[in-house]
Write a protein that binds this ligand. Structure first.
Ligand code: UD1
Ligand code: CA
Length: 509
């Protein structure tokens, strides 16, 4: 086979290559392993993922808001920070490399390019024939191989597979028993429960073999020399004309080498994602796992399964969450807070004792302690609502700070505004922050409302403008100029009353 593999960014996220490749390897899965080096990891992430029908490379497709590859790296970092990792990349490799770089993992990540996707065995061959592979062989590190499309993998599973192989073993094979094994490679054993003989891929399996429901899930730990020699001698004489990594099992058997097996009891942990349907199934499972974690940690869900919470969200105990709530990104919720039905919070920090009512949407915003928000409030990016303030129904904020104990109770829009403490904004207030002109490169202008200001109902301020401390704006005013401290501003036409005129209009007078 034609091997075009090369290291793309050797040591970019780890120490420079040198003879000293064996630092930090004193602990494996919490066990001291003085004589055995720690296990290195190859993650297969070059595939096209054609069935996903996505413009993103498959491994970057989010499951519960986080790319599946990151979920694998997250778990690996949790159980074994500092591990040497080789990511085999191909399809949209730049995008994969850049996305991983941004995450700043505490793992030593190298990349190997597999320029043509000729199968899982070929992908591993590319990694083992790279400088990274040479260093791995030299250091005699066992190699854990993981596919990039198992977002539900757990830290426990990775920890078990990182355990060094027994002396003389060629490999450790993880298997799972699935009620519906369609699509997976089947484990063929000697007799019913005898030793493993080989893995047969779905497309190559006989009808009888297809009935087997013990499967391989592309997770193995290999002795380094066995792996390097094995992948170099693979043939692609199979239904898909691919170099199958799974063929290494039959190789080990024919070489009379020991195969350790680990049968994994929770098949959900090793669910592959190969199409949008499996993606949704995986997202549901991951979400259920996340919700269970929060619930056991003291979060009360009025109805568990209608809520979606992404993995990076943090929630303190004694929080109540109503049905239909979606919490995304780096959202943080402080204790004692209640989040009402169908609210969506993204990258938003919420303090303690906050009351968020139905249908509130907040993004990139900060909500202080004891604040009340909603129902149907919209906090757009860059908004901050300080302690004790109230944002009522149908209020929209954008890049706006609302000071302590200030009230914006009904039907208002505030954009690019700075509002002080103890301010009262009446119903139907609008900061006219865009006047159609561009000043100093900006199309939006600032409104400043200082502490203790009272704005009556149905007012507008045309920015840039300032309402100084303690000033009072009469209802129905359109304010275009500074209102001085403690002044009263009235900007509306005087009322005219014509006695009896209504009767005349009705033709009665
Ligand atoms: C593979 C296994 C199958 C197992 C299943 C479990 C083989 C031959 N088959 O099948 O036994 O039950 O996983 O999930 O190994 N990849 C590359 N380069 C390639 C081909 C694939 O990097 O040339 C990567 C993919 O990006 C993916 C992983 O390897 O992350 C698995 O590839 P995929 O095509 O999904 O393999 P399956 O057909 O699912
Ligand atoms: Ca797969």
């Amino acid at each position: 086979m034609n091997h075009k593999s090369r290291i793309l960014r050797s040591g970019l996220f780890g120490p420079k290559k040198s003879g000293k490749m064996m630092q930090n390897e004193d602990k494996v899965g919490g066990m001291k392993s003085a004589s055995k080096p720690r296990t290195a990891v190859i993650i297969l992430a070059a595939g096209l993922g054609k069935r996903m029908a996505s413009s993103l490379p498959k491994v970057l497709i989010p499951v519960c808001g986080r790319p599946m590859l990151f979920q694998i790296l997250d778990r690996l970092q949790e159980v074994a920070p500092g591990t040497r990792v080789n990511l085999v990349v191909g399809h949209q490799k730049e995008r994969v490399i850049e996305s991983v770089a941004v995450e700043r993992y505490e793992l030593k990540i190298d990349f190997t390019e597999q320029s043509e996707q000729k199968g899982t065995g070929h992908a591993v061959r590319c990694a083992m024939e790279s400088d990274w592979g040479a260093a791995t062989l030299k250091a005699k590190e066992d190699v854990l191989v993981l596919p990039g499309d198992l977002p539900l993998i757990t830290g426990d599973l990775i920890r078990d597979m990182l355990e060094p192989l027994k002396r003389g073993s060629a490999m450790r094979l993880l298997t799972a028993t699935l009620p519906d094994p369609t699509g997976y490679g089947r484990i063929v054993r000697k007799g019913k429960a005898g030793s493993v003989l080989r893995i047969v891929e779905e497309k190559d399996a006989t009808p009888r073999e297809k009935l087997l429901n013990e499967v391989g899930v592309s997770i193995y730990t290999f002795a380094p020399q066995f792996l390097a020699t094995g992948v170099a001698s693979l043939k692609n004489t199979n239904a898909q004309k691919e170099y199958y990594l799974t063929d290494l099992i039959a190789q080990a058997v024919s070489k009379k080498r020991t195969i350790e097996t680990l049968s994994w009891e929770s098949p959900d942990d090793v669910r592959g994602v190969n199409n949008p349907y499996e993606l949704s199934l995986a997202a549901d499972l991951l979400n259920a796992r996340i919700l269970k974690g929060h619930a056991l940690n003291g979060v009360r869900f009025v109805s568990l399964h209608s809520c979606r919470i992404e993995p990076c969200v943090r929630i303190e105990p004694d929080v109540t969450i109503y049905p239909g709530v979606i919490l995304e990104g780096q959202t943080r919720i402080g204790k004692g807070t209640v989040i009402g039905p169908n609210s969506l919070l993204k990258n938003t920090t919420v303090g303690e004792g906050v009351e968020i009512k139905s249908g509130t949407v907040a993004e990139e915003s900060v909500i202080g302690n004891s604040v009340k928000v909603g129902p149907y409030a919209h906090l757009r990016p860059g908004s901050a609502v300080r302690q004790g303030a109230k944002i009522g129904n149908f209020v929209e904020l954008k890049k706006t700070v609302i000071g302590e104990n200030t009230s914006v109770a009904h039907l208002s829009y505030l954009g690019d505004a700075e509002v002080g403490k103890n301010v009262n904004i009446g119903c139907g207030f609008i900061t006219c922050n865009f006047d159609g002109r561009i000043i100093d490169g900006s199309r939006k202008h600032k409104t400043v409302i200082e502490d203790e200001v009272f704005v009556g109902s149905d007012c507008q301020t045309v920015a840039p403008v300032t309402l100084k401390r303690g000033s009072f704006v009469a209802s129905g005013s359109t304010i275009t100029e500074t209102v001085e401290a403690d002044a009263l501003a009235i900007a509306r036409t005087r009322q005219v009353v014509k006695p009896g005129y209504a009767k005349k209009l009705r033709g009665q007078g």
